[in-house]
Design a protein around this ligand. Structure first.
Ligand code: SF4
Ligand code: SF4
Ligand code: FES
Length: 407
């Protein structure tokens, strides 16, 4: 199984003062692990860096135990157990790699491939797809299916989301996210058996939903893809950089995915104290300005065609010279609510050194309302659509202009 499986998040942090009565100790693949009571075998294995394959389980959602890909062997149990809903117990001995567990998972994977198209070369999820990964790790080398595959085609779900029904593994993560986290149930499973497919309700798609982009993130395969990112880049060509969303003052933890130093998409990065596993669609879509060729990336002096890059010393000296040339006229400073406290404090100090500051101001767009995520209310798309409006105010900058950020 892939190494480096990320540690459990659902059970919370382990106590750091040794063994407590509310913990259990078990053995997984020959290694002992102590976890809080109520931890699933899948999460306990995760603590050891062992990823048990899983589709329907997601730490931010309920666990319906329906995909059956997470089967493991528990000594003394009459049959293989779904590790996502089997809780760790004291003295349990678990084998994730026993012959029977691997054989059963291989069989489950073969069923998933009965109708799955060979789309990897054209699928946006290729390179980060859990069907691709698990089949590569544990699947059969050759498929045995000879029947024609069921075909659903492509459906526009509205918003930024496209649905490729043939690729779906029916884990229902998307349906449960919309029901449990967004509390905006716009998706469902229609039909039964091999004809079962995810669908919207009549023509009420995802248009206007505020958090639907998260279903693209949690879809374990390439069934739900972003229209904005469609065929833009291959997953293995992207660099990942940890960052903070600049879309509003919530400060969601994100990753910037870049290629050739251009931002291709934003993805949420887990932080249970700020945004959980999620981010809003407004913030997700708000990145093209970062790629604008006119952005200053270093200090510069001169105007128009004469503008050239300069070091900070030269740029500041030039600024002082020009301000001195302004004679006794007053100085107005325009700060940015996108800037850090340190940068704004530096700008305010610069104004103090120059003297004659008449006003220090900033502009920032503001939404009519806040937009909380009902199933994870810690996350709220804030009214202030810039990350550091409060910092700018505290550091002496006054807001000017309208709620559109202009004027
Ligand atoms: S579309 Fe994706 S998330 Fe939804 S059920 Fe299918 S595989 Fe799961
Ligand atoms: S809530 Fe704010 S910080 Fe979080 S993703 Fe949306 S815009 Fe970005
Ligand atoms: S992850 Fe356990 S049954 Fe789906």
């Amino acid at each position: 199984m892939p190494a480096g499986w990320s540690p459990r998040t659902r059970g919370g942090p382990m106590p750091d003062n040794g063994r407590k009565p509310d913990t259990v100790t078990l053995t997984i693949d020959g290694r002992e692990v102590t976890v809080p009571k109520g931890t699933s075998l899948l999460d306990a294995a995760g603590d050891l860096g062992v990823e048990v394959p899983h589709y329907c389980y997601h730490p931010g959602l309920s666990a319906p135990a329906q995909c059956r890909i997470c089967l493991v062997e528990v000594e003394g149990a009459p049959k293989l157990q779904p590790s996502c809903v089997t809780m760790a117990e004291d003295g349990q001995v678990v084998h994730t790699e026993s012959a029977s567990a691997v054989r059963m998972r291989k069989g489950v994977l073969e069923f998933y491939l009965v109708n799955h198209p060979l789309d990897c070369p054209i699928c946006d999820m290729s390179g980060e797809c859990k069907l691709q990964d698990y089949v590569f790790e544990e699947g059969r080398e050759r498929g045995r299916g000879r029947e024609p595959k069921r075909v659903f085609g492509r459906d526009d779900f509205g918003g930024d989301v496209l649905f490729y029904g043939d690729r779906c593994v029916m884990c229902t993560r998307c349906v449960r996210f919309m029901e449990e986290v967004a509390r905006d149930p716009r998706l469902t499973v229609v039909e039964r058996g091999s004809r079962a497919v995810i669908d919207t309700f009549f023509d009420h798609g995802l248009d206007g939903a505020s958090y639907a982009g998260n279903i693209v993130d949690i879809c374990p395969v390439g069934a739900l893809v972003s229209k904005d990112f469609l065929h833009k880049a291959r997953a293995w060509d992207l660099d990942h950089t940890e960052s903070i969303c600049p879309g509003c003052s919530q400060g969601c933890n994100i990753e910037l995915h870049t290629r050739d130093n251009l931002v291709q998409r934003l993805k949420p990065r887990e932080n249970q104290e700020v945004n959980g596993h999620w981010m809003c669609d407004y913030g997700r879509a708000n990145y093209e300005w970062m790629n604008h060729p006119g952005r200053l990336e270093e200090p510069a002096v001169g105007r128009g065609a004469d503008r050239r890059a300069a070091g900070w010393q030269e740029a500041l000296a030039s600024l002082f010279e020009r301000l001195s040339d302004a004679g006794g006229a007053g100085v107005r400073i325009v700060g940015s609510p996108l800037a850090s406290n340190e940068a704004l404090a530096g700008l305010a100090a610069l104004g103090g050194d120059v003297g004659r500051v008449e006003a220090a101001v900033f502009r920032s767009p503001r939404a009519p309302d806040e937009d909380p995520l009902p199933g994870f209310p810690t996350l709220v798309r804030r009214r202030d659509l810039a990350p550091n409006v409060d910092g700018a105010g505290i550091l002496g900058f006054g807001r000017v202009g309208g709620d559109d950020g202009a004027g």
